[in-house]
Ligand binder design. Structure first.
Ligand code: MG
Length: 427
């Protein structure tokens, strides 16, 4: 049997679909990521499991919609004590019994108080990074390796990206003789946009472009390092983002951005995979998939099986990646906090919740659901509901079923106690 693949997931923070050259970007220079896509497979219709940081990460880590675990609502702010329940099976917890060394390098944002903290309690042997976004306070750089104690040191912002990549390469080198999994959760290009002081940066997209170009250079250096270590063909490297772009960045041809409601711009993210000799080169697939699929896919690639009673929302997309099979999904749900805001099927996009002038609007209430021919109209500009009443009827029923199933899960948790804005941003 082939050796279990090493897996490195590079997840940018708030990077837009349209920021990369390989996904149609024309301003920011991303030659290494473009080459990674050319040497591997790129998904054009890949979704984050939420349009915000915390819920998207909860989905990625567990293969389950974050509404199942009280993490669908907004991001965890520093006064909060929510976190990823210890009862959840995470990717590192699933891979460890299969012989994997596991690391989280970078940003966590799934609970920074006990019992959810540090991330090592969720199956990571090694954690080096930040408890949450680097615009939040108080902030420190934490490290815990194996049985060592949790240490804390000041954050030096200009070197965060470089440090995270350096630590990833070092972890790969240390564990070159056994399979390993690294979630390299970058802080870039989330605000604040702080350039590395090791070089002159001159992106035509300004500071945002500079930090993306630094990520790109580091991806190139990491791939070279893996090759030098003889790990190139054994290591599946993935590049993606946790949600759409925020204040800057491009959501490409898609409507809306991070935190928007049901439109694709908040959710549709780059997804590039490279493993020479295993992942087909130069392939672009339009199969629908999401970061909920990573857990079941990785476990299958590692030769493991999942507990029979585990209710997953993601699916194994190994056959899509390795053999060009069609998507296993009939639909992907997009949540706006705890509400089912949209449904994506292979051909259609059904949107029921939008934001307008500060309001979260439920279009279902006005009997005005929007149906888009997403292949022809990726910008979701023209509803074709009047042309396809049968499709609307079908998707309305699916939407109701999804709401009945998932939105009621919120009742399993205590009511929200939302910290005041003044607590979040003292100034
Ligand atoms: Mg984010």
């Amino acid at each position: 049997m082939a050796r279990k693949p090493n897996i490195i997931v590079i997840m940018a923070d708030d990077l837009g679909y349209g920021d990369l050259g390989c996904d149609g970007g024309t301003i920011i220079r991303t030659p290494h990521l473009d080459r990674m896509a050319a040497e591997g497979t790129r998904f054009s219709d890949f979704y984050a499991s939420a349009n915000l940081c915390t819920p998207s990460r909860a989905g990625l880590m567990t293969g389950r919609y974050p509404v199942r675990m009280n993490l669908a609502h907004e991001v965890i702010q520093s006064p909060e004590d929510r976190g990823l329940p210890l009862s959840e099976l995470t990717i590192p917890k699933a891979l460890k019994p299969l012989g994997y060394a596991t690391a989280l390098i970078g940003k966590w944002h799934l609970g920074h108080r006990g019992p959810y903290w540090p991330p090592n309690v969720h199956g990571f042997d090694t954690f080096k990074g930040l408890p949450y976004s680097h615009d939040m306070q108080p902030l420190a750089y934490f490290e815990k390796d194996g049985e060592s104690g949790l240490t804390e040191s000041p954050v030096y912002f200009p070197k965060l990206t470089e440090t995270f990549f350096h630590e990833t390469a070092a972890f790969a080198e240390r564990h070159r003789d056994q399979p390993f999994f690294v979630l390299l959760a970058l802080t870039a290009p989330h605000v604040p946009l702080i350039r590395n002081d090791n070089a002159t940066w001159d992106s035509p997209a300004g500071a945002y472009g500079d930090v993306v170009e630094e990520v790109d250079r580091n991806v190139g250096a990491l791939l070279s390092r893996l090759k030098a270590l003889g790990l190139d063909e054994n290591t599946l490297v993935i590049f993606t983002s946790d949600n759409g772009p925020w204040f800057e960045g491009s959501s490409g041809p898609f409507r809306d951005r991070k935190g928007g409601a049901g439109f694709d711009g908040g959710y549709r993210v780059p997804f590039i995979l490279r493993q020479p000799g295993t992942v087909p080169a130069g392939v672009v697939t339009d199969a629908i998939a999401s970061n909920l699929d990573l857990l079941p896919t990785f476990v299958a690639m590692a030769g493991g099986t999942l507990p029979a009673d585990l209710e997953l929302d993601g699916a194994d997309i190994g056959d899509v990646i390795l053999r060009g099979a069609p998507s296993p999904h009939e639909q992907i749900l997009l949540f706006d906090n705890t509400k089912v805001a949209a449904i994506r099927t292979p051909d259609w996009k059904f949107v029921t919740r939008v934001h307008s002038r500060g309001w979260h609007l439920n279009l279902g209430r006005f009997n005005y659901p929007l149906l888009f021919d997403i292949r022809r109209d990726p910008g979701e500009n023209y509803s074709v509901a009047s042309l396809h009443p049968d499709v609307v009827t079908d998707l309305k029923a699916r939407h109701k079923a999804a709401r009945d199933k998932y939105e009621t899960m919120v009742d399993l948790f205590p009511p929200w106690v939302r910290p005041s804005i003044a607590d979040w941003h003292p100034d």
